[in-house]
Design a protein around this ligand. Structure first.
Ligand code: ZN
Length: 213
């Protein structure tokens, strides 16, 4: 299950995306617009392009792939629905793809794993931890992106405020692929060749998790 963060129509529909939903540890907006590079390349376009490339690679390997959205012009779905889609299809593995809007002086990527939310994430913490390490290692090696200099530890963070993780019943992580607000990272994110490497890296991470290679 691939979840490209945000959506191209979100900014035009605050009445929908600003509705509050329950992510167990708090109530937060159904979805957000995401960030963009200083030159205006939006996160929703980046995440959709990467997810589309990744879906193609995985289908070629024989995987059944489900996306949370099939265009970059719609609204949502809500973060609660994004988790529900992975649960509904009993995904073997799930990822939410994002790019960060961090401090301009910071760069690099981080993988976000679910923290303990009793009664919710208990069973997915261990497999998601393994998934997170496999994704981190593949992403670092294949995409060549350094670990985040401003968040997490060695490219890994653990959070309990994300609905996409708290409500998942299948192994799942988020990845913030780079910092859109950093000049060097923005140049990479804007490059189609880099986005292809990101997709290859994530496919390799999935393979490592599912097949141990
Ligand atoms: Zn995002």
């Amino acid at each position: 299950m691939l979840d490209p963060g945000h959506n191209g129509g979100n900014a035009a529909h605050p009445e929908i995306i600003n509705q509050l939903v329950n992510v167990i540890t708090e109530r937060k907006p159904c979805d957000t617009t995401g960030t963009q590079t200083n030159a205006g390349y939006p996160e929703h376009a980046f995440t959709f392009d990467v997810a589309t490339r990744l879906a193609g690679l995985l289908r070629k390997k024989g995987a059944r792939v489900v996306l949370t959205r099939n265009s970059d012009t719609g609204v949502g779905p809500c973060i609660t629905q994004r988790a529900a889609i992975g649960n509904r299809v009993h995904a073997d593995v799930a990822i939410s793809i994002h790019a960060d809007g961090g401090p301009p002086g910071g760069y690099g990527f981080e993988v976000i794993e679910p923290g303990l939310v009793p009664g919710y994430t208990d069973k997915i913490i261990a497999p998601s931890r393994r998934l997170g390490l496999d994704i981190r290692n593949a992403y670092h090696a294949v995409a060549g992106e350094p670990y985040s200099t401003y968040i997490g530890t060695a490219g890994i963070d653990v959070r309990t405020d994300l609905g996409g993780l708290n409500l998942s019943r299948v192994p799942k992580v988020f990845i913030e692929c780079a910092n859109m607000r950093n000049t060097a990272d923005a140049a990479r994110l804007t490059s189609a060749a880099f986005r292809q490497r990101v997709a290859v890296a994530l496919a390799d991470g999935f393979s490592a998790f599912l097949h141990g290679s």
